[in-house]
Design a binder for this molecule. Structure first.
Ligand code: NDP
Length: 384
């Protein structure tokens, strides 16, 4: 017979069980709709210009404006989650673990519908296509993304999907996994607590520094297709929550020394990652910005300047190194009993190395001999 305490902490089913797969589908469609409504409506002061940021120059010489209020969308979603926890208790969030497969399947369906829409819409006249996504091969173009900046009015689909539904879903799934662990154990382990802080920080930091996404490859170069749609809705939203899900099902107890080491690793990784990304972003937006005015650079025939000191003088993709160190910190929190949580560092290394090759090729084509000159000054690729 289970004790009274056990039956309260560890019920076999929740009262939301009856919602089943349809509930899972509705939940997945509600999240993008909610983030979309927040995106369109959020404005927290009376100065609209603070919410609109100009992107980098496009091939046709124009510049697009982007609404940046991801941080507020994230905070409001967290507020909604806290309100649900306060009023309805843990059960609504336990639904996420109970229906994990249904939720993932639903997110794949949503990602597919969106990529199909942007693929078909890209054939309208006057659309600016991505250079790499216009091969004529239907499957390839559908995957990679045909149109560079699919928009409905001023609503930029790619920029929205890059930072909103995936990162917000990942944060919500992590919280749900912590609740699940609490339900099973009666407490939350330090590892789970740190995952919530580290990954929550990563997501909140990304939406707080939303303008930085405008100078990344995804926005400036890649089209929006299945890869980014599935990547953000499903891969980021659910697979990136792997460590939290693992810890919910297999709690791990770490020593103080291990925890101290992991915290230091996370801090070093974050300092490199955020330092490098901000440096480039500030510089590209305004080279006279006092935060980056001191940096050395070379001018290029293509018009852009390439930084050759500071973070970008150490390696050509030092930002990837920071991101990879962070991914190690997350996996190490899962201990050493299983290899499964380490899938993330391996996958991420492959992603970053492949991305580095792609970006190198893009920059070599764009900057030609100026890129050779740059590579002679900044010799290292990712690790200095
Ligand atoms: P980067 O932010 O590294 O941007 C690359 C571009 O920056 C180049 O194409 C070039 O563009 C410009 N550039 C290159 N060198 C210089 C320089 N010396 N000075 C000024 N500009 C330069 O690319 P990503 O979009 O790949 O990465 C952004 C961040 O996102 C990274 O930190 C990465 O780790 C992270 N990321 C995370 C993922 C995840 O799943 N967690 C997935 C992918 C990325 P231009 O043509 O303008 O010169």
């Amino acid at each position: 017979m289970p004790s009274k305490n056990e039956s309260v902490l560890n019920p076999k089913t929740t009262k939301y069980e009856f919602l089943g797969p349809i509930g899972a589908f509705l939940m997945i469609t509600v999240l993008p709709i909610l983030t979309c409504v927040l995106h369109l409506s959020c404005q927290f002061d009376d100065n609209p210009s603070r919410h609109w940021v100009e992107g980098t120059q496009l091939r046709d010489g124009s510049k697009l404006k982007y609404k940046v209020n991801g941080f507020y969308s994230m905070i409001l979603t967290l507020f909604i989650i806290i309100s649900i926890l306060n009023t309805k208790g843990h059960e609504p969030l336990l639904f996420i673990d109970d229906h994990f497969i249904g939720l993932i399947t639903s997110s794949i369906i949503v990602a597919f519908i969106l990529s199909l829409y942007v693929y078909l819409a890209s054939f309208q006249e006057g659309k600016l296509l991505a250079l790499g996504g216009n091969s004529g091969n239907i499957i390839y173009d559908f995957m990679i993304g045909r149109e560079l900046n699919p928009r409905i009015g001023s609503f930029d689909i790619k920029c929205f999907v890059e930072l909103r539904p995936g990162l917000i879903c990942w944060t919500v799934v992590n919280i749900a996994m912590a609740i699940k662990q609490y339900h099973e154990l009666g407490y939350v382990t330090i590892g789970m607590f740190l995952i919530l802080i580290f990954q929550g920080w990563y997501c909140i930091d990304a939406v707080y520094n939303e303008p930085a996404v405008l100078t990344t490859m995804d926005i400036t170069t890649d089209g929006f297709g299945w890869m980014l749609s599935f990547g953000n809705f499903t891969w980021v939203g659910f697979l990136y929550a792997l460590q939290a899900r693992y810890l919910a099902l297999h709690p791990v107890h770490l020593s103080r020394l291990q925890i101290t080491f992991i915290i230091c690793l996370q801090a070093i990784g974050y300092a490199i990652f955020r330092g490098a990304n901000n440096e480039k972003n500030y510089f590209r937006n305004n080279p006279e910005d006092p935060r980056v005015k001191h940096l050395k650079y070379i001018t290029t025939e293509a018009g852009s300047r390439l930084i050759i000191s500071g973070w970008w003088g150490r390696a050509r993709h030092i930002n990837y190194l920071g991101d990879w160190l962070i991914s190690w910190a997350w996996c190490l929190l899962c201990g050493f009993d299983d290899i499964i949580p380490y899938f993330y560092v391996v996958y991420f290394a492959v992603l970053l190395i492949h991305r580095e090759f792609r970006d190198e090729e893009k920059c070599r084509n764009k900057y030609k001999k100026d890129w050779d000159r740059y590579c002679e000054i900044v010799k290292w690729r990712i690790i200095p």
